[in-house]
Design a protein around this ligand. Structure first.
Ligand code: NAD
Length: 381
């Protein structure tokens, strides 16, 4: 366990591919941290990464990396299927863990991690970096102070474009490795923010389909969500939309808040339109004192502050669970053609152990895999 008075927080980064660089970059600007060891199955990539970020040690696995006891926190940047196993290993060593999205492949895995965290002196923070930009923080503060009134109507669009080559990487588009398509892997950032700002969700009715890519998962999903407050929002998750955008629109009683960005935002990506009679909200919104971009840096600032103070750092597993549960419910509703309520997907439910309910509705057939047949639209299932 880290004692901030005894020295810097010693960090190991596991998985040194694409997103690991965003972590190293964000951590290298924080005080009282040491990028201690890089871990990867690929020794060449690992060495290159360590050299770039000034890390003294490399290791092929976590056990070796932690063998000398000189680690306080590990950052898991590997493909999703390995997240739970690595986090369990780290928690068994009482290490703190930062885990990339999605934190696990299923609600069952989330529950296993929550139990392991309770038995460990370590903690787990799930990466949902869009919660930490000043725009989102200000919406929460205004809403918390009662200035915005009730949440009423929302739209949440993740309309991204990933070509076929993206899915040809061996671990992509497989239920066993990624846990799903754009619902689990892409739109999850944006609907995590929706739930974070709009409050607990209650039920969802959804459709998903595979329309344009050769993959085993959906390439688009859409849901209509009712929140406990009564608010209603739509969610679109797509990786087949040529004009890419990430949009969130939140209509509260007294103002509409809108966010449009792609992979990250700052204050300039937000607008507030007051309802008639609430014009003072526009002035309040324009008077922002800080502009913190969303991103790994913003989340790490809070994680490190909390760890220094001996507090549980955000986003906890319990804090990420409603987002993972919404992902599971979008899949369950799409595949079973039923409305799914929060709390319904529990132990014994097919969608508790796998996001596709073990049905693999869009699994490619051998002819598709060999490229012998043209891409076809699959039925909504
Ligand atoms: N938060 C974000 O904005 C964001 C963006 C992109 C990716 N991600 C997430 O980050 C994770 C990694 O994605 P990526 O695009 O960086 O992947 P990547 O394929 O570029 O890198 C993964 C690395 O992990 C290594 N690896 C695999 N299994 C390992 C293991 N058991 N032990 C050690 N090393 C192992 C691989 O050799 C590879 O170098 C995924 O969960 C992805 O969803 C998050």
């Amino acid at each position: 366990m880290w004692n901030p008075h005894a020295g810097p927080l010693r960090i190991g980064i596991i998985g040194t591919g694409g997103i690991a660089h965003a972590h190293a970059d964000a951590l290298s600007t924080q005080e009282n941290v040491e990028l201690a060891v890089a871990v990867d199955l690929d020794p060449g990539r690992c060495r290159e990464f360590a050299a770039k970020w000034g890390m003294q040690r490399t290791a092929p696995d976590l056990r070796t990396a932690a063998a000398n006891g000189e680690l306080d926190l590990v950052v898991i940047c590997t493909p999703p299927a390995s997240h739970m196993g690595l986090a369990l290993e780290a928690l068994a060593m009482d290490l703190h863990v930062v885990i990339e999205k999605p934190p696990a492949l299923s609600l069952e895995q989330m529950s296993t991690l929550i139990k392991a965290e309770a038995a460990s002196r370590g903690s787990v923070s799930c990466v949902f970096q869009h919660r930490f930009g000043s725009g989102a923080q200000r919406v929460l503060a205004l809403h918390g102070a009662g200035r915005l009134g009730r949440p009423l109507v929302g739209t949440c669009n993740t309309l991204w474009f990933r070509n076929q080559a993206y899915f040809d990487v061996p671990w992509r588009g497989l239920w066993d490795v990624e846990g799903g398509g754009p619902t689990m892997g892409h739109g999850i950032h944006q609907f995590d923010l929706l739930v974070h700002l709009f409050g607990p969700w209650q039920e969802v009715t959804a459709f998903a389909s595979k329309l344009a890519r050769k993959t085993d998962t959906e390439d688009v999903s859409a849901g209509v969500v009712r929140f406990q407050s009564g608010a209603i929002a739509t969610i679109m998750n797509s990786v087949i939309s040529p004009r890419e955008t990430s949009q969130l629109r939140l209509d509260f009683e007294h103002a509409t808040l809108e966010l449009e960005h792609l992979y990250g935002y700052d204050n300039d990506h937000w607008t507030l339109t007051p309802a008639p009679g609430s014009e003072e909200l526009a002035e309040l919104w324009a008077a922002a004192e800080t502009n913190i971009p969303s991103g790994h840096s913003a989340q790490y600032s809070v994680i490190l502050d909390q760890l220094k103070g001996g507090e549980v750092p955000p986003v906890s597993l319990a804090g990420a669970y409603p987002t993972m549960e919404l992902a599971a419910a979008i899949y369950a509703s799409s595949i079973t053609e039923k409305t799914i309520r929060k709390g319904e997907i529990n132990k014994g439910h097919a969608f508790f152990t796998r996001m596709d309910g073990h049905r693999e509705p869009w699994k490619q057939q051998p002819a598709e895999l060999s490229g012998e047949v043209p891409e076809k639209e699959s039925a909504n299932v």
